[in-house]
Design a protein around this ligand. Structure first.
Ligand SMILES: [Zn+2]
Length: 342
């Protein structure tokens, strides 16, 4: 059994199990990297598995035989961006969005309330309120609209979760919200304060975490930290590179996730403390005959048993075992990075 309140205080890196699995890893291999929690994608599970189906089968944790924590996103970020980019047919309205599954044409409606229902059916431990997330470079007016709607929807999620399910007391689950406001510091501050008045277990940094130059938006991130209680979850969504996690942690964030760790692994970008910039591109010819481990300071199964030469070879020929080994190592590198944060 996991103690969800204990995890609230810890620093955590949450790998993406987007479709209900961390690609190329068994649940046991995932556990062995020291991972305590994962993020799954509400929309992917809804479209591919069906919320009612997952519920009938005992939830995603039962299916995965995963004993750690599961955080679900609200599904909003993806639906809105798929509708905006016209990749999916749908309509965004004042209560959320209506859209058609590209898989079988089923029509779904995502609202603050339905988002909570879907996340409950998936069997999440940490739920995220539906928020109004938009593209980058918002005008002040657009950012204000996004903040107003995000607060309204968060209020509805809070009321629905408490009334319909009995809140944390009855469910042992946590409800977190998303702070919007784009790059307007006063809007970030107002959004944070009004969400604190409603009261949540966590305040996630929403919107884009890096600017056009790839730099963390630290001022905006600070504006959220300074206006939210220190004993609640501060989830820096989508952060990020090792140095960005260290920076975000220094200013008070404690939960992180990025698809990069596992995606990079599959593409041969590995992390290693032996390298000055922490990155080792295993596909480079220089590693073809290198019998050293990926990282001489790593305690993972891969570094204990295999060489750079072998991983280089496996990835070069597209062998699935190579993807597995690279993913195990990269995740272990990130979990060690988190363990080392003060
Ligand atoms: Zn390793």
């Amino acid at each position: 059994m996991i103690d969800i309140n204990e995890l609230t205080k810890q620093k955590l890196f949450l790998p993406d199990a987007t479709r209900g699995a961390v690609r190329f890893l068994t649940t046991k291999q995932l556990e062995e990297t020291g991972t305590k929690g994962i993020v799954t994608n509400t929309l992917h599970l809804l479209i591919n598995y069906g919320a009612n189906n997952i519920e009938k089968l005992g939830g995603i944790k039962n299916l995965m035989n995963w004993h750690g924590m599961v955080l679900t996103d609200s599904g909003g970020f993806q639906v809105f961006s798929l509708i905006h980019s016209k990749k999916w047919k749908g309509k965004i309205h004042k209560d959320g969005a209506i859209f058609k599954s590209p898989k079988d044409g089923t029509q779904y409606e995502l609202t603050p309330e339905s988002s909570i229902d879907i996340q409950m059916k998936i069997g999440s431990d940490v739920l995220v309120c539906l928020d109004d997330c938009r593209k980058t470079n918002l005008s002040r007016k657009e950012a204000e609209e996004s903040v107003d709607r995000t607060i309204k929807w968060a209020q509805r999620c809070r009321e629905y979760f408490d009334k319909e399910y009995g809140g944390t007391k009855e469910t042992d689950k946590l409800l977190t919200c998303v702070v919007q406001g784009a790059n307007f510091l006063d809007l970030r501050e107002r959004c944070a304060k009004e969400l604190v008045d409603i009261g949540f277990d966590g305040y996630n940094f929403g919107g884009f975490v890096v600017d056009e130059d790839g730099e963390l938006v630290l001022d905006e991130m600070r504006a959220v930290i300074e206006n939210t209680p220190s004993d609640k979850i501060k989830y820096a969504m989508g952060v990020g590179k090792p140095e960005d996690i260290r920076r975000a942690s220094e200013i008070g964030y404690n939960w992180f996730d990025t698809v990069l760790v596992t995606r990079n692994a599959r593409h041969g970008t590995l992390y290693s403390s032996d390298m000055e910039n922490e990155v080792l591109r295993i596909g480079n010819a220089e590693y073809a005959n290198d019998l050293n481990p990926i990282d001489s300071n790593c305690d993972c199964e891969v570094c204990k048993n295999y060489s750079r030469a072998y991983i280089h070879y496996l990835l070069k020929i597209g062998e699935a075992t190579g993807m597995t080994l690279a993913t195990i190592h990269n995740l272990r590198y990130y979990q060690k990075l988190i363990e080392g944060l003060s």
